[in-house]
Design a binder for this molecule. Structure first.
Ligand code: SAH
Ligand code: DHB
Ligand code: MG
Length: 208
């Protein structure tokens, strides 16, 4: 899949007009795989629109999406396996002024998730893709009627529609979507996205 140059040009145009620039954010040398600025603003707007009080994030990296959620006014718990990533995130969260609103829990999410007390209003799944099906099960256990669960990177250049893909991340994301389809507790969709991060998408679910 070759990215169309218009995708990044539109992000640049939109970011300049609509997305607050986070000049204090420091990627700290970590891989630049955080949500795009426009997507981060979407997450902020969703949390705002829902008036989310408690947000759970699985996969912190440097805290970029974490800070978008904290900006909405919610309390955020974010789970990160890498102590190095967590340290970068904590510094960014402190600089952004949200240290009291955000808790970074370090460890494999499958170990930290069972220790959490639900319910959360909004859950953002964005860690290792191979584990998305288990993260969905754990997220549903931490949900109430009305919780929104979002999973990042479920389109993967369109590979999600390729049942023969030999990429374990694609196969896990497919299981995630099939789990949504089979679970009467959720109403869901997938929204494809293009932009400066290429062609990907979010799965969005509402817990009845
Ligand atoms: N949500 C971030 C990006 C997260 S990138 C943003 O948009 O700003 C994915 C993160 O998940 C990485 O930091 C990676 O270290 C972390 N991760 C990978 N496997 C994990 C696991 N088993 N438990 C918790 N975090 C994990
Ligand atoms: C990549 C992008 C992501 O949003 C993510 O969560 C993990 C990896 C990537 O582009 O490799
Ligand atoms: Mg992601």
């Amino acid at each position: 899949m070759t990215d169309d140059p218009r995708w990044a040009a539109v992000d640049e145009y939109v970011d300049g007009l609509l997305v607050p620039s986070d000049s204090t954010f420091d990627a700290g040398g970590l891989p630049a795989i955080q949500v795009s600025a426009a997507q981060g603003q979407f997450l902020f707007l969703l949390a705002r629109a829902m008036d989310a009080r408690r947000i759970l994030e699985i996969g912190t990296l440097g805290g970029y999406s974490t800070i978008c959620f904290a900006r909405s006014g919610a309390q955020v718990i974010t789970l990160e396996v890498s102590p190095e990533h967590a340290a970068v995130a904590k510094a960014n969260i402190l600089r952004a002024g949200y240290a009291e609103r955000v808790e970074v829990r370090v460890g494999p999410a499958l170990e930290t998730l069972p220790k959490l007390q639900g319910p959360f209003d909004l859950i953002f799944i964005d860690a290792d893709k191979e584990t998305y099906p288990q993260y969905l099960t754990a997220s549903l256990a931490l949900s109430r009627s009305g919780t929104v669960i979002i999973a990042d990177n479920v389109v993967r250049d369109g590979e999600v529609a390729n049942s023969d893909s030999d990429d374990p991340r694609v196969q896990a994301v497919r299981r995630y979507i099939e789990q949504l389809a089979a679970d009467p507790r959720v109403q869901s969709t997938v929204i494809q996205t293009v932009g400066n991060k290429g062609y990907d998408g979010f799965a969005i679910s509402f817990v009845r």
